[in-house]
Write a protein that binds this ligand. Structure first.
Ligand code: COA
Length: 283
């Protein structure tokens, strides 16, 4: 439907500087509380600034009729060294290989990838997608697919045989009380995943590896949560008739895949987001 030009921060640093603005349309589509995951807060901003990582960040620009540029979407990804992958050549795809993907999903792979890129350890052997974001006006135009394809091609160019992703299912927030293990297996009549984003990946050849049970973790005080999601968790808890003597009280939040566990004793809420590790075998 549209033509897009794709730029990494090396080619167009100005685009990535524009994306540093929290109010950029590509940033406001994400729930604000996720910005407070420790690994995200520490490392996401450096992806576009570190030489070895910048070429794995992709901004997709649409040029409008008056020549104005719109960053319609972007994809962030990170190369990393996955030791267990080295064994596949000799012992094949044993379940232990996929199971060695970290339970700390997004946070772990972002932290590992950044730290490995600064050290002199083994060279990366795999690429992990970190996020795919498309502006609402440009959704359902094939751009999301183009972003995934761009990551696959970048991985292949590096000689990697695998692309993984700690996937955040887009509709899980409608069912915060359903365990991810169960949600993952909800299917359409044709047997594909019910979640549209997971379905997209499965259609493109992605396969489920495992659940990343603690992919993003956000801890905040009662006041912080109030400012991030507009909910006073203490009041929510006091209003609940069946709260009894619970040590922690589950509070569903907008955009949350699971509820925040609010601890009244110290007035702290902890959000532990599960994601789904998926993998694509390339070539
Ligand atoms: C996830 C995202 C990139 C998908 O972009 P998109 O342009 O809608 O992607 P697609 O057009 O390829 O749609 C993907 C699937 O979702 C379906 N879909 C899209 N919007 C939908 C909606 N609001 N409700 C239900 N299904 C929807 C599409 O029909 C498609 O399924 P299909 O292939 O079975 O038809 C976009 O919604 C987004 O940027 N969301 C915010 C950031 C995010 O959550 N990213 C994903 C986690 S990394």
């Amino acid at each position: 439907m549209y033509n897009y030009a794709v730029y990494t921060p090396i080619e167009r640093p100005d685009l990535w500087e524009a994306l540093d603005d929290a109010e950029h349309p590509l940033n406001v589509v994400w729930p604000e509380f996720l910005d407070h995951d420790v690994a995200y807060a520490r490392y996401c901003g450096v992806l576009s600034r570190l030489g070895p990582l910048a070429r794995f960040q992709f901004a997709f620009v649409h040029v409008g009729p008056q020549g104005q540029e719109v960053i319609a979407g972007h994809g962030r990804s990170i190369p990393f060294f996955w030791p267990e992958l080295e064994t596949v050549g000799t012992t094949g795809w044993r379940p232990e290989v996929l199971d060695s993907l970290p339970a700390q999903g997004y946070s772990a792979i972002l932290t590992t990838g950044v730290q490995q890129s600064q050290g002199d350890g083994p060279a990366p052997n795999a690429l992990s997608a970190l996020s795919v974001t498309v502006q609402p006006d440009y959704r359902r135009t094939g751009l999301a697919e183009l972003i995934i394809d761009t990551m696959k091609r970048a991985a292949l160019l590096e000689g990697f045989s695998i692309l993984v992703a700690p996937l955040r299912p887009t509709q899980k927030s409608r069912f915060p009380d359903v365990p991810m293990e169960q949600y993952l297996h909800w299917t359409t009549e044709s047997g594909l995943p019910l979640d549209p984003w997971l379905r997209k990946h499965v259609r493109l050849g992605g396969q489920v590896a495992k659940i990343a049970t603690r992919s993003m973790v956000v801890s905040g005080t009662r006041e912080e949560w109030k400012s991030w999601v507009g909910i006073d968790m203490h009041l929510e808890m006091q209003r609940a008739p069946d709260r009894g003597k619970m040590k922690s009280f589950p509070v569903p939040i907008p955009g949350g895949l699971v509820p925040v566990e609010y601890q009244p004793e110290n007035e702290v809420g902890v959000y532990v987001e599960p994601n789904i590790w998926i993998y694509y075998r390339l070539q």
